[in-house]
Design a protein around this ligand. Structure first.
Ligand code: PLP
Length: 452
């Protein structure tokens, strides 16, 4: 990996230009100080001051094949030279090839692909398809979920960032999904949590009126809200409930898909096939914006004779599709999904559990593949979060100190609420994973200082 050469003056100019005109996501514009990034390669990126960071965030958990994969960069360059853009209504080689590669990997008969520019648009369209397919209005989604920041997607989202903007819920009903560590059902075991969560979901449907429920949407493994791997039997149980009541089952794999959990899709761990599956992020490692909905034969047939009322100017954009084709092929050729599984089983899982034994600030470690959460607590006995949940999303001292300690030692963490998510690229090497664990070990000593 290339080593950065320091050029602080250039960095200051980039930052000043950013501050002059860029309006940033999820931020109080006057309170932020974005890092000026000079370059990125593989598992690292670097700033203008000569600091290199091991990217344990994968940006927004999307650079699954790392930064600047040469095959993907070349594919984008070749496609740009050949044909930069063409409207979605035409048939083009690169779009149909991307659709074929995605369809071949999604479970079951999810064989038609509607392309979008990202995850939220995929969710919007999945919900629209489910409503039109069933003729029913309501959609059930889980608390502790993230589905995107556009109108319907933010309403479906079950995390505190929804509260300030949730003005119209338009048929969205929230329910509790299983999460034993902070069980909404006060369960004592995974099996009990699973049974109670399924009973609660069915009660919710019956109370709402099954004939009014179009869809249930779940992240296969909820990501942003804390990487909660569902207990065995839960997703199969939801599948059964959906079948019983004629409800469309949507699995949102925008974050969990494309190798993140050590399988092509997280659903593969559970042997469950949804009716609609949303994807984005890892499909092309975020090199060009791309997302989509994989659609079952039955739902696709709803729109055989009747037009689907939805579309996007950049649906299946050639540059995005070219990068998806190259990404998926590279993942297959280079055994990248298998690498994610191996690193999870042999390095990250055991390494993080070992950290949990030694650090009193670690309440729980959970995950799969290169998709882990470390939950930090003030008190292991009461499970009180290291920092109380903060609905306003304000920066908070203990987690801020932990994140600063990581960065100072050259690791870029993904910190959310009282958790740090350990989400390196699927291409991460054993040495890099161990380097990251060593830095987390040091930084957790800082977090330990805030425990009772
Ligand atoms: N769904 C899930 C599960 C996600 O994790 C995200 C983004 O993090 C989204 C949807 C929204 O995707 P996007 O930000 O591409 O709109």
């Amino acid at each position: 990996t290339q080593h950065p050469t320091a050029d602080p003056a250039a960095g200051a100019a980039v930052k000043a230009a950013d501050r002059a005109h860029v309006f940033h996501s999820w931020s109080a514009q006057g309170l932020i100080d974005p890092l000026a990034v000079a370059g990125a390669e593989g598992s690292y990126f670097w700033d203008y001051d000569g600091n290199r960071y091991l990217d344990f965030s994968c940006q927004l958990v999307n650079t699954n094949i790392g930064h600047q994969h040469p095959k993907v960069v070349a594919a984008i360059q070749e496609q740009a030279a050949r044909m930069c853009t063409i409207a979605p209504g035409f048939a083009v080689d690169v779009r149909s090839e991307a659709a074929r590669l995605v369809a071949e990997r999604t479970p079951g008969d999810l064989d038609k692909i509607f392309f979008t520019n990202g995850g939220a648009e995929a969710v919007e369209n999945a919900v629209r398809m489910a409503r039109l397919h069933t003729g029913r209005p309501k959609v059930l989604s889980a608390y502790r979920s993230y589905h995107g920041a556009t109108a319907t997607a933010i309403n479906l989202t079950g995390d505190p960032r929804r509260w300030p903007s949730d003005t119209a819920s338009a048929g969205v009903v929230h329910f509790w999904a299983p999460f034993l560590y902070r069980s909404p059902f006060h369960s004592g075991s995974e099996q009990q949590e699973c049974e109670r969560a399924l009973a609660h979901l069915e009660d919710t449907i019956v109370f709402e009126g099954p004939a009014t429920v179009a869809a249930i949407i779940l992240e296969t493994v909820p990501g942003t809200a804390g990487i909660m791997v569902p207990p065995p039997g839960y997703l199969a149980g939801v599948r059964e409930i959906c079948d019983r009541y004629g409800i469309v089952f949507v699995l949102d794999e925008v974050m969990a898909g494309f190798g993140r959990t050590g399988r092509w899709f997280a659903a593969d761990h559970f042997g469950v096939t949804p009716d609609l599956l949303t994807f984005a992020k890892g499909v092309n490692s975020g090199y060009v914006p791309l997302g989509g909905v994989a659609i079952s034969a039955e739902i696709a047939a709803t729109f055989d004779e009747r037009p689907y009322p939805g579309g996007l100017t950049y649906s299946g954009h050639p540059l995005a599709c070219a990068s998806a084709v190259a990404t998926i092929n590279a993942m297959a050729e280079e055994g990248i999904v298998e690498n994610a599984a191996r690193i999870g089983e042999q390095v990250l899982g055991p390494g993080l559990r070992e950290l949990a034994e030694r650090h009193p600030s670690v309440g729980e470690v959970r995950g799969l593949g290169v998709f882990w959460a470390v939950e930090l607590v003030k008190d292991r006995a009461t499970r009180e979060p290291l920092v109380p949940y903060n609905a306003a999303g304000e920066a908070n001292a203990p987690m801020g100190a932990f994140a600063a300690a990581c960065k100072k030692s050259g690791l870029w963490p993904f910190v959310n609420m009282n958790r740090t998510h350990v989400v390196p690229p699927c291409t991460v090497t054993e040495e890099e994973a161990k380097e990251g664990l060593a830095i987390l070990d040091e930084a957790l000593t800082v977090a330990d200082g805030f425990t009772v």
